[in-house]
Design a protein around this ligand. Structure first.
Ligand code: SAM
Length: 213
């Protein structure tokens, strides 16, 4: 079995054994994204890899409607238990997006993209961009090559290492962010210290006439 196919099992086991492993406080990046979304009057937020919902709550508290995508049914059950049942959470892999035909004016994706392989990352970025409405913003966080775990574990491909059985991480730098998000409305890259050094990657979908289409 490849590491790709082991991932659903990995997350099921992790949530079953460790339950609310990151607590109930939102990540710093979620608060930054929420402030950006408020500034731009964003109302409909998609969260791929929503986990058990700790980051979703800051957006809901600010009056936004949240929709999630999550591979672990255990995490979805925990989200329902803690935050209620009025949020749509699609059970499946982000690599199978889209799950609906809706447009979102905000997308927030925390610590998920770097778990995927190159073709999967490209598809997820483009699928998110397609579901972003004009003038909408999407914010991704992903691990940086400055993390102490960079280069540890089993080498898979350039900047990609299997650090645990079933968890492979792709480590970003500014060049790889530009290469992967250049076609997806990249507007800003900043650094944020979460449990690891992360990049906060902000993209905006400009209106078609501004893009000259
Ligand atoms: C590092 S965790 C971050 C969770 C959440 N964003 C948080 O911080 O509370 C990654 C999340 O993405 C989910 N996940 C991993 N691979 C996925 C995939 N291919 N499709 C959808 N969700 C996935 C995991 O189950 C987990 O909830």
């Amino acid at each position: 079995m490849t590491s790709e196919t082991k991932k659903p099992e990995f997350w099921e086991t992790a949530f079953t054994e460790k339950q609310e492993m990151w607590g109930f406080e939102p990540a710093k990046s979620a608060v930054v994204a929420k402030d950006l979304f408020i500034q731009h009057s964003i109302k409909q937020v998609l969260i791929p890899g929503i986990g058990y919902g700790r980051n979703a709550q800051v957006f809901r508290d600010a009056g936004m409607t949240v929709t999630g995508i999550e591979i672990s049914q255990t995490a979805i059950d925990m989200a329902r238990k803690h935050y209620g049942t009025d949020t749509t959470i699609y059970h499946g892999s982000v690599t199978d997006m889209p799950f609906d035909a809706r447009q979102y004016d905000g997308i927030f994706c925390y610590a998920l993209l770097h778990l995927l392989g190159s073709a999967e990352r490209e598809k997820v970025i483009q699928d998110c961009y397609k579901q972003l409405s004009e003038n909408g913003y999407m914010v991704f966080t992903a691990i940086s090559k400055t993390a102490p775990t960079y280069g540890k574990g089993k080498y898979v491909s350039k900047d990609r290492y299997e650090i645990l059985d079933g968890v492979t991480l792709y480590f970003y730098d500014k060049e790889s962010i530009e290469a992967e998000f250049g076609n997806a409305g990249l507007v800003e890259v900043t650094e944020v210290e979460e449990n690891f050094p992360f990049f906060l990657i902000t993209c905006k979908k400009v209106a078609a006439q501004t893009r000259g289409q």
